[in-house]
Design a binder for this molecule. Structure first.
Ligand SMILES: [Zn+2]
Length: 294
């Protein structure tokens, strides 16, 4: 019917610009709250242990786990670092397009900023904890601290939600997902075995439970249980057995102190239970101090 057709045309005329407007504003990013120079500074990629490689920047750690069935990339650094990560993967002799799974320790702009671009370049599947998936999907705008003002990174749709004690499998790799909430609601650490010619290593990529200045442990409007979650995470992190300790920031596990550019393959460099224990102990003290400051 003509009237019907006409009203449909009018509806479309109204709807199309509105849709375009929404799509455009969804891509508009606000500047992240803070950025450090070391986050985008280059650092040579290297083999950590077995089929695990460091492909991140000077301070923002990104890890590549290779398998004959495809590769896994954990974290991306800032958006601008995506081409650098790609060149690191290729410099190690691997194809960027062979990355088939993307993981993240938590959905903050300094660890997932390049995720949208890398997902597009590789076609890999994004897997993230169920509680960080909404934050990843709106570019950080629903983060309980940084959110509410707009997106700080390009949004990414999750293909597969991860839950506490899930296992990510690819080829012969099995990666245990440990939910360590607090820093974000869906923050996770990863625990897995790698092996080389001489031995196998249990690797912990720990999301260290650092507390941002804006956090109130008595409860935040977007995260009432934040204090309780930090407490449980600290408790859980004291009971993990592993050989190699790594984390979201290179500075957290002392990469620059432990390894110099050009150093040859030496996984033992990263065996550091005392260093991990001391770091968790410091975080526990910081937590208790902040609890008192209610
Ligand atoms: Zn963070």
């Amino acid at each position: 019917m003509p009237t019907c057709k006409r009203s449909l045309q009018i509806a479309l005329l109204i709807a199309i610009p509105t849709f375009i407007g929404v799509a455009t504003s969804a891509q508009k990013l606000i500047p992240p709250p803070s950025i450090q120079k070391s986050w985008s500074q280059d650092y040579e990629p290297f083999r950590i242990a077995g089929n695990l490689y460091y492909v991140g920047t000077y301070d923002l750690a990104c890890y590549l786990i290779t398998t004959p069935k495809g590769h896994i990339l954990i974290n991306t650094g800032l958006a601008e670092s995506a081409p650098m990560i790609r060149s690191h993967v290729e410099a190690l002799g691997f194809k960027f397009a062979d990355i088939s799974i993307l993981l993240a320790t938590h959905a903050h702009y300094d660890h997932v900023g390049g995720m949208a671009a890398i997902k597009k370049m590789t076609g890999a599947k994004m897997m993230i904890n169920e509680y960080d998936a909404p934050v990843l999907a709106d570019g950080g705008n629903s983060d309980y601290i940084f959110g509410g003002k707009g997106s700080t990174f390009l949004p990414v749709k999750t293909d597969s939600l991860l839950h506490e004690h899930d296992t990510v499998r690819l080829g012969d790799m099995q990666i245990a997902v440990l939910h360590h909430p607090g820093h974000t609601k869906g923050a996770c650490s990863f625990l897995f075995d790698v092996k080389d010619e001489s031995r196998s290593y249990r690797v912990l990529i720990a999301n260290m439970p650092t507390i941002l200045d804006e956090t109130r442990l008595s409860g935040m409007p977007g995260y009432p249980d934040v204090g309780k979650d930090y407490g449980n995470t600290l408790k859980a992190m004291k009971n993990i057995s592993f050989d190699i300790w790594l984390s979201s920031h290179a500075s957290q596990f002392g990469l620059q102190r432990k390894r110099k550019p050009g150093d040859s393959y030496h996984p033992e460099t990263f065996i550091d239970q005392p260093g991990y224990d001391a770091a968790i102990d410091d975080l526990q003290k910081a937590y208790l101090k902040r609890l008192d400051q209610k």
